[in-house]
Ligand binder design. Structure first.
Ligand code: GLU
Length: 426
């Protein structure tokens, strides 16, 4: 089964539980718009490189489509479609007035110079400009894109439409209308979801060990805030290696070291790795991190990390998904059978898109808020929606993921029916 089929099978399962009209299944079984583009970039040495990119708008039932843009060698149409589907579910789970979209370019961005990267970002926006906009589809950062990249994209979009349109792209630098608090939002939100669950379980952060796969922006902010709260981070990994310390790791100095040796490209990407710590702590194979005996395993890298082939070796007491889709549905089902709770992506990583929504509101009203206000609004929304999901899981005896999908899909289904349904005529 490909990634999209696998993801959609979860939707179909949930639709069976919900008594909704066939219209809902029909409307949600395929994307509204799927655009493939080519992006020509003149490289520094003079030759022309044409990159493949996509923008997929999955569902616009609840509002304009919303979702990030990823730069990665594994990007393809199926991946972007799946990620756009998850965005649609995710926005609905936390009650945002958005549908779901996603974009991506097939590229190894770390092999580009800073100027080439800027040309790629601008070229991508030129290629998709006709289908985006504040009321249509609003891009944001995702894997390997950040505020700097969003700044270039927002500038390019403003040039194309010949007016200042900050609400067209979120995750921008604060100086260009980005929201304070957006950079840390995904990690902050994920920690809040974990905290709420830990509290319900009657446990306390000081007693819990945590291993984190992935050490990009979201994972770093999660780790830093979790460490401050008293959780013991015993392992971290990134694309180059993994480190382990039973005594506990300090995320801030590790992040500083990872981001210290910056050349020009380093303005956007880290050049170093958590492996730089290897002389002080134990280096372990990346896969070994996934099977450590910890209280919480945090998956903050890419999709499909735990699957039928390694799920039986997972020893963690619970899983927190900061990445999108890190478990296959087979792995998810196996963990549910074993009684290992999973705090799912469509709830746990919504901090980013929630603060994107707050950024969009600030851009549209011209009323800009301080960090405390942004964090408070994030916490209020996420606290309320997490409560609904955890309660529903308990009441219906289903996994947290199923409960989140029930909440989100029910909202989308209601809106589909309100837009007109055959049943209205029966
Ligand atoms: N790329 C992030 C996600 O997967 C953020 C999307 C957004 O802010 O629109 O949730």
């Amino acid at each position: 089964m490909d990634l999209f089929e696998d993801a959609r099978s979860r939707l179909y399962e949930v639709l069976e539980r919900l008594e909704v009209s066939d219209d809902v299944r029909e409307r949600l079984s395929q994307p509204v718009l799927s655009l493939q583009v080519s992006i020509p970039v003149r490289m520094d040495d003079g030759h022309l490189c044409v990159f493949k990119g996509w923008r997929v708008q999955y569902s616009n039932i609840l509002g304009p489509t919303k979702g990030g843009i990823r730069f990665h060698t594994n990007v393809n149409q199926t991946e972007v479609t799946t990620l756009s589907f998850w965005m649609a579910v995710k926005c609905a789970v936390v009650g945002l007035p958005y549908g779901g979209g996603k974009g991506g370019v097939e590229v190894d961005p770390k092999s580009l110079s800073l100027l080439e990267l800027e040309q790629l970002a601008r070229g991508y926006i030129r290629a998709i400009a006709d289908v985006i906009g504040p009321d249509r589809d609003i891009p944001a950062p995702d894997v390997n894109t950040n505020a700097t990249v969003m700044g270039w994209m927002a500038d390019e979009y403003d040039h194309i439409v010949r007016r200042q349109t900050p609400a067209a792209i979120t995750g921008k630098p604060v100086e260009l209308g980005g929201s304070i608090g957006r950079v840390a939002a995904t990690g902050r939100g994920a920690l809040q979801v974990l905290d709420l669950w830990v509290e319900r379980e009657g446990r306390s952060p000081e007693d819990l060990t945590v291993a984190i796969q992935g050490f990009g922006n979201a994972a770093y902010h999660f780790a830093s805030l979790a460490h401050q709260k008293g959780y013991r981070i015993v392992a971290l990994s990134d694309s180059q290696g993994a480190i382990h310390s039973e005594k506990g790791l300090e995320p801030d100095p590790i992040w500083e070291e990872k981001t210290r040796n910056r050349d020009l490209t380093g303005m956007v990407y880290c050049d170093d790795s958590v492996r730089g710590q290897a002389d002080r702590v134990q280096e372990i194979p990346q896969d070994a991190l996934l099977t450590l005996d910890v209280d919480v395993l945090v998956l903050a890298a890419l999709e499909d990390q735990i699957h039928e082939g390694n799920v039986d070796d997972v020893q963690a007491g619970a899983i927190l998904e900061i990445a999108n889709g890190p478990l296959t549905s087979a792995a998810d089902a196996a963990l549910w059978k074993r009684g290992v709770p999973v705090l799912p992506d469509v709830l746990a990583n919504t901090g980013g898109v929630i603060v994107s929504y707050l950024e969009w509101i600030q851009n549209r009203t011209g009323d800009y808020w301080d960090e405390a206000t942004v964090n408070q609004r994030l916490a209020e929304r996420l606290g309320k929606e997490t409560g609904r999901v955890l309660d529903r899981a308990e009441e219906e005896g289903v996994s947290y993921r199923t409960a989140a999908y029930l909440e989100g899909v029910e909202r989308i289904a209601t809106a589909i029916n309100r837009r007109g349904n055959r049943q209205d005529w029966d």
